[in-house]
Design a binder for this molecule. Structure first.
Ligand SMILES: Nc1nc2c(c(=O)[nH]1)N[C@H]1C(S)=C(S)[C@@H](COP(=O)(O)O)O[C@H]1N2
Ligand SMILES: [Mo]
Length: 388
C-alpha cells in the first residue's frame, strides 16, 4: 500500500472509528487537503519565489526537497520526504548492525536490530523540516511521516544513567574529514541532547517509516526522532549513544545550525548564539485550488507540539480570517489548514497566513524579526501572490 492510500484510509478510519460525522468533508469536499480531487485545479503563484523555484530529482548523496505545491497526501511518501545529509549516505548492514550505549551508565549496552525491535515500541506521526528550510525552496525541506520504533527512554533506563551525567550524544555511521583549525580530522555526524530532553517519553529510535523498514536515505536501519524539533536532531544511521558529564561540542551543535539573535538577557540586550532545538511556530500557504469557481487556500503549520489557537489568512489589506484546521492533524504531525476563499475578484492578490498557539505566540512578519541574523530558522510570515 502506498502511503498516500494509507493516509486516505486513515482519514476514513479516523472519521468513522470515533463516530465523528465528517461534516467538514461533506460540506467542503476540498477540505480533505491535500489530495487533489478531480476537477480541482492549481492556481499558479505569480510571485518571484515561485518563479525561481527549481525542483531536483533524487540523486545519491544530494539534498532533495519536495515541491510543496504538489503535496498529495497527509503522510509524505518515503521517496518524496526531503533529504539532507552532510557526510553522504552510508550503507549500514542490518544483520551485523549494533547500537552501542556507552559512557556514564550502569550497564553499557550492545544491541542488535532484533533486540531493539523487541523493546518498548511506539508509533507516532511526526513532521519536521530542516533548520535551513527556506522560502526560496517554497519550504520544500519538509515532510510528515508515521514512525515506528523503540522509546529512547526505555533504552536509557535499561542502561541506567549515572549521577552527574549531563548530556546524551548520538553518533552516526556517516563520517567525513573536516579541517578544524588547520588540522584534518575524521569526524562522525553527531548531535546531543541534555538528560531531561533525552528522557522525554516521545523520543524514539525509529526503524520504520510509513509502515516500511527505514529506507537507506532516511537512516537505515535506525534513526533518532525527536518530535517537535528541527530535522537536525533526528540523527540518521545511529550507531552509538554516549552519556557524559560535559557538553558535546561538535560542528552540528556548536558551528552549524547555530542561530544568531538579539535577545533580552536579564534586562541587557545581547547577541545570542544558540544551537537550533525546537521548531519555531510557523505556517505557510502552499497552494491555491480552484474547483467550479470555488477557491481554497491551503497550507501547513509546524511547531513544537503546543496546541494551536488559530490559523488565519489575510487577503490583500483585508482582516485576518480564520482558516479551518484539518481534523486529521495530530500533536507532532504537520498541521494542514484550508480556507474557503469566496468570490475573489479578478486580478492580482497578496495572500498570507499566520498561526497563533494557545500560549498566545503569534507568527511574526519578517519585518518584525529584524534582529535575527542567520538563515537558520526561517519562520516569519510568507506572503504569496496569485492572479485570479
Ligand atoms: N547521520 C546523520 N543524520 C542526520 C544528518 C546527517 O547529515 N547525518 N542530517 C540531519 C539534518 S540537518 C536533517 S534536516 C535531517 C534530515 O532527515 P531526512 O533526510 O530523513 O529528511 O537529518 C538529520 N540527521
Ligand atoms: Mo537540516
Amino acid at each position: 500500500m502506498n502511503p498516500e492510500d494509507k493516509g486516505r484510509r486513515d482519514v476514513l478510519k479516523g472519521a468513522l472509528g470515533t463516530g465523528v460525522i465528517a461534516a467538514g468533508a461533506v460540506t467542503a469536499p476540498g477540505f480533505l487537503f491535500p489530495a487533489l480531487a478531480q476537477g480541482e485545479n492549481l492556481v499558479p503563484f505569480t510571485d518571484d519565489a515561485s518563479e525561481a523555484f527549481q525542483w531536483r530529482p533524487i540523486e545519491p548523496n544530494t539534498t532533495h526537497w519536495q515541491d510543496t505545491r504538489e503535496i498529495t497526501s497527509f503522510f509524505t511518501s518515503n521517496d518524496d520526504f526531503y533529504l539532507v545529509q552532510h557526510y553522504g549516505q552510508p550503507e549500514v548492514d542490518n544483520s551485523s548492525y549494533r547500537l552501542k550505549v556507552t559512557g556514564m551508565v550502569d550497564n553499557e549496552l550492545d544491541l542488535s536490530l532484533n533486540d531493539l525491535m523487541n523493546g518498548d515500541i511506539i508509533e507516532q506521526q511526526v513532521g519536521f523540516e530542516c533548520g535551513g528550510n527556506s522560502q526560496r525552496l517554497l519550504y520544500g525541506l519538509i515532510g510528515n511521516a508515521n514512525w515506528r520504533g523503540v522509546t529512547l527512554s526505555s533504552i536509557l533506563e535499561r542502561a541506567g544513567i549515572q549521577e552527574g551525567a549531563k548530556e546524551v550524544v548520538f553518533f552516526a555511521a556517516d563520517t567525513a574529514t573536516e579541517e578544524i583549525r588547520g588540522r584534518e580530522v575524521e569526524k562522525a555526524f553527531a548531535r546531543s541532547l541534555s538528560i531531561p530532553d533525552a528522557l522525554r517519553s516521545e523520543n524514539m529510535l525509529a526503524f520504520e517509516m510509513n509502515g516500511e523498514p527505514l529506507p537507506h536515505y532516511h537512516g537505515k536501519p535506525l534513526r533518532l526522532v525527536v518530535p517537535g524539533w528541527y530535522g537536525v536532531a533526528n540523527v540518521k544511521w545511529l550507531t552509538q549513544i554516549h552519556v557524559q558529564d560535559t557538553r558535546y561540542m561538535g560542528r552540528f551543535m556548536g558551528r552549524d545550525y547555530v542561530t544568531l539573535k538579539k535577545t533580552n538577557v536579564g534586562g541587557v540586550e545581547r547577541w545570542v548564539e544558540n544551537s537550533v532545538t525546537t521548531l519555531n511556530l510557523k505556517s505557510s500557504i502552499v497552494r491555491v485550488i480552484e474547483s467550479s469557481g470555488q477557491y481554497s487556500i491551503q497550507g501547513f503549520v509546524l511547531n513544537d507540539g503546543t496546541p494551536l489557537e488559530s490559523v488565519e489568512i489575510k487577503i490583500d489589506n483585508g482582516p485576518w480570517q480564520r482558516a479551518e484546521l484539518n481534523p486529521r492533524n495530530t500533536k507532532y504531525s504537520w498541521k494542514l489548514f484550508s480556507f474557503d476563499w469566496s468570490n475573489p475578484g479578478a486580478g492580482e492578490h497578496t495572500i498570507v497566513s499566520r498561526v497563533t498557539d494557545i500560549n498566545g505566540n503569534v507568527q511574526a512578519t519578517n519585518e518584525e524579526l529584524p534582529e535575527k541574523v542567520s538563515f537558520w530558522e526561517d519562520f516569519g510570515q510568507f506572503p504569496r501572490q496569485v492572479t485570479i
